[in-house]
Design a protein around this ligand. Structure first.
Ligand code: ARG
Length: 463
């Protein structure tokens, strides 16, 4: 006789139910209930296929498919009582289906296993997240494009080592992030295309002796084809790892921009003003307006990287095919996906609302001898000096300006000629930041005309 408390799914072999600790470590229903919609979609596709192949009667399949919709509406309506004893979403759904429709429910699991079921559910869920990430990325790229367009010719300092390097344009800086996010977009799309093979029908690991039609279920669930090796299909989590990898790189990009916004919004820089909607105040210092959203975006990266390392570590020593270790895949991916979507949305809001402070940017653009390279280039172009010598002459002029406490354009022609007697009045033209950026017309350069060309190209790509 089977113990009343033993599992209703496999109770036949068991005399007693699990210890409470066993149940606690084993159950995934606390988190995998997030896969309910995908689980039910997978089961409905499977039932339809079982009927089409004559494995199940049409009436049983119809009862199953109808009953599953009822289960879904109960879950979505918050009326579903999830049970830890039933371990996971798959068994919770099936048990409720049995309460609703009786005997035919027991036929649903023909020719499949929870191993191919969970791989399918999870892949469908990750695929949805990729679509969400894509939408979030495109919205953020559009916000950056709008900023770039408004300030295509605004001058600001460009930095290397966070030291003033050469003047650049605001639009150019914004478009640098559009390029980064564009690569993120293509990484997510690549991952989506690669993962789009259906594990369903791989069954426990070896396939099944039932005459199932895997093409049919794959198609019904929006996959390009069934996964070609049943062992691989149930043991593969590359799709989750690729999502996490793309998410990690994307989050790293967001974090870099977040860091810039933190710096730029400080009283010392005043390059941007963040909107009230995306700032917070201080409970003690009345003057404070803090860039908390940017700081949290910068920090969210830690969770996303952590999830990537965690899942890599879970997978790295697993023999084929399924091992229960793989249940530890979900929470990490859920958390990383939630963090990424929130970070993308917050960044989009911040960028859309922020104001670039044109005057402060322009004032900073001219500081720090930012047109020294333009001066050296002029010496090469007009006086035909070797670049190394021009570099040296310019260095002496910078030292002179520094000693006099002024900027390069404030030196007199006589000052200049003391250092090199070939210098003429004409040199002052290249010392303004506006002329500096306007001259950098090489492909991909900071000149407003180049920036506008890139904006136009991206607008077309995203249209
Ligand atoms: N809850 C399990 C998971 O998330 C479902 C698969 C269980 N398979 C098994 N053979 N016990 O991985």
């Amino acid at each position: 006789m089977t113990d009343q408390t033993s599992n209703q799914m496999w109770g036949g072999r068991f005399a007693a139910g699990p210890d409470a600790i066993m149940e606690a470590i084993n159950a995934s229903i606390g988190f995998d209930q997030r896969l309910a919609a995908q689980d039910i979609a997978g089961s409905r596709a499977h039932a339809a296929m079982l009927a089409a192949t004559g494995i199940l009667s049409d009436s049983d399949a119809a009862a199953i498919r109808e009953g599953l919709l009822t289960v879904l509406s109960e879950i979505e309506g918050g009326q579903f009582a999830f049970s830890t004893a039933l371990e996971d979403i798959h068994m919770n759904v099936e048990a409720r289906l049995k309460e609703l429709i009786g005997e035919p429910a027991g036929r649903l699991h023909t020719g499949r296993s929870r191993n191919d079921q969970v791989a399918t559910d999870f892949k469908l869920w990750v695929r949805d997240q990729i679509d969400a990430a894509e939408a979030g990325l495109i919205a953020l790229m559009r916000a950056l494009l709008a900023q770039a367009e408004a300030g295509a010719d605004w001058v600001m300092p460009g930095f290397t080592h966070l030291q003033t390097a050469q003047p650049v344009t605001w639009g150019h800086h914004m478009m640098a992030y559009v390029e980064m996010l564009g690569r993120d977009l293509s990484r997510f799309r690549d991952a989506r295309a690669r993962m789009n093979e259906c594990p369903l029908g791989a069954a426990a690991l070896a396939g099944t002796s039932f005459p199932i039609d895997r093409e049919m279920t794959a198609k019904a669930l929006g996959f390009d084809r069934p996964a070609a090796n049943s062992l691989d299909a149930v043991s593969d989590r590359d799709f989750a790892l690729e999502f996490l990898s793309a998410a990690s790189i994307c989050a790293m990009h967001l974090s870099r921009f977040a860091e810039e916004l933190v710096i730029w919004s400080s009283a010392q820089f005043r390059f941007v003003t963040l909107s009230d909607r995306f700032s917070t105040g201080s409970s003690i210092m009345p003057q404070k307006k803090n860039p908390d959203a940017a700081e949290l975006i910068r920090a969210k990266v830690g969770r996303i990287f952590g999830a990537t390392v965690a899942l890599m570590t879970v997978m790295k020593g697993l023999p084929l095919a399924y091992s229960k270790d793989m249940q530890e895949d979900k929470e990490q991916v859920f958390d990383a996906a939630d963090s990424l979507m929130l970070a993308l949305a917050a960044m989009e809001g911040m960028v859309r609302d922020m104001t670039g402070n044109r005057e402060a940017l322009a004032a900073a653009a001219g500081n720090g001898f930012s047109t020294a390279t333009d001066l050296a280039d002029w010496l090469v172009r007009v006086l035909n000096l070797p670049f190394r010598e021009a570099h040296h002459v310019t260095g002496s002029l910078v030292a002179l300006a520094e000693a006099k406490g002024c900027d390069l354009p404030d030196l007199t022609l006589a000052d200049m000629q003391d250092v090199h007697d070939g210098i003429t009045e004409d040199v002052f033209n290249v010392l303004t930041v506006e002329n500096s950026v306007a001259s950098r017309t090489s492909y991909g350069g900071t000149a407003p005309e180049q920036v506008r060309a890139q904006i136009a190209r991206w607008k077309e790509v995203l249209a």
